[in-house]
Design a protein around this ligand. Structure first.
Ligand code: 6PG
Length: 270
């Protein structure tokens, strides 16, 4: 089932408004002036949703993205907590990961390790609320076990689809998101919620959420910044003149909100 082969101190504290906000189809695009403002906006969105869901539903289910972009977001959430200004209901927050590398949790490439170092080890979230992907296991086994874990925490039978309050995503310069890479057979997965996939360019497996699970979310929040993302962001949001399509374009919440937080450097083609 699971193996489908496939900027200052004022910036840190300011609650910044986007430079411009517009829609492209179903996606809401919010453009922030620079990387610090981008991270601040993402941290504020996380906090707003955590408070809202925690208060109205008694739980906030969130999947964190990996890579490097989230580090600044996680650092802000940790310093927000340390300031004591506006605490989050950490006991009501259930943390998942949208993807993981095929490595142990203490490996330099581990998305869990990054989130733990920059955020989870610095806030009072119960250990039982942090659900990491067991990247140290055989990849298909890790995917199957994670799907079982997801269904257990969401109390869903095998047929129902877990609906995350928030799924955070990044976008690679090749248009991948989570570990849904161009050309991988994970893109064709329609049944599993989580699967293992071979990524040729890294010569390794990854474990990733699939489109069905991501597109079932109440909210998907992409965070993408930097000039290296400009061209791909243009292709993903405005279309590629060559007609080529990309995994990040297939993220369309069926009954949820899609928001892209980007900085000016990345928004040049929008
Ligand atoms: C991962 C991520 C991946 C990431 C993008 C963007 O495990 O690497 O889940 O999808 O979000 O590659 O990465 P950066 O934020 O480092 O540009």
């Amino acid at each position: 089932m699971a193996d489908c082969q496939r900027g200052t101190a004022s910036l840190a504290s300011a609650r910044l408004q986007p430079t411009r906000t517009f829609h492209i189809d179903a996606a809401e695009i919010r453009v922030l002036p620079d990387p610090a403002a981008l991270a601040r906006a993402a941290a504020d969105e996380f906090s707003r949703l955590a408070r809202e869901s925690g208060a109205t539903r008694g739980v906030f289910t969130v999947a964190l993205s990996g890579g490097s972009t989230p580090k600044a977001i996680f650092n802000l959430l940790a310093t927000d907590h340390a300031s004591g200004a506006s605490p989050l209901p950490w006991d009501k927050i259930q943390i998942f990961f949208g993807d993981e590398r095929h490595v142990p949790p203490d490996h330099a490439d581990s998305n869990f390790r990054m989130a733990n170092e920059h955020l989870l080890s610095k806030v009072p979230i119960p250990a039982a609320n942090v659900h990491r992907i067991e990247g140290e296991l055989d990849a298909p086994t890790a995917a199957t076990r994670y799907e079982t874990k997801l269904r257990h925490v969401f109390h869903t039978a095998t047929s129902a689809m877990p609906r995350f309050d928030l799924i955070m995503l990044g976008m690679g310069t090749d248009g991948h998101t989570a570990s849904l890479f161009p050309g991988s057979s994970a893109l064709d997965e329609t049944q599993s919620l989580v699967c293992a996939t071979w990524v040729e360019k890294f010569n390794s497996h990854r474990i990733t959420f699939t489109y069905p699970l991501i597109n079932a979310a109440a909210r998907v929040l992409f965070v993408a910044g930097g000039a290296d993302k400009t061209a791909m962001l243009g292709h993903v949001l405005r279309g590629d003149p060559s007609g080529q399509t990309y995994p990040a374009q297939q993220i369309r919440p069926v009954n949820g909100q899609l928001v892209w937080l980007v900085d000016e450097a990345a928004a040049g083609m929008l």
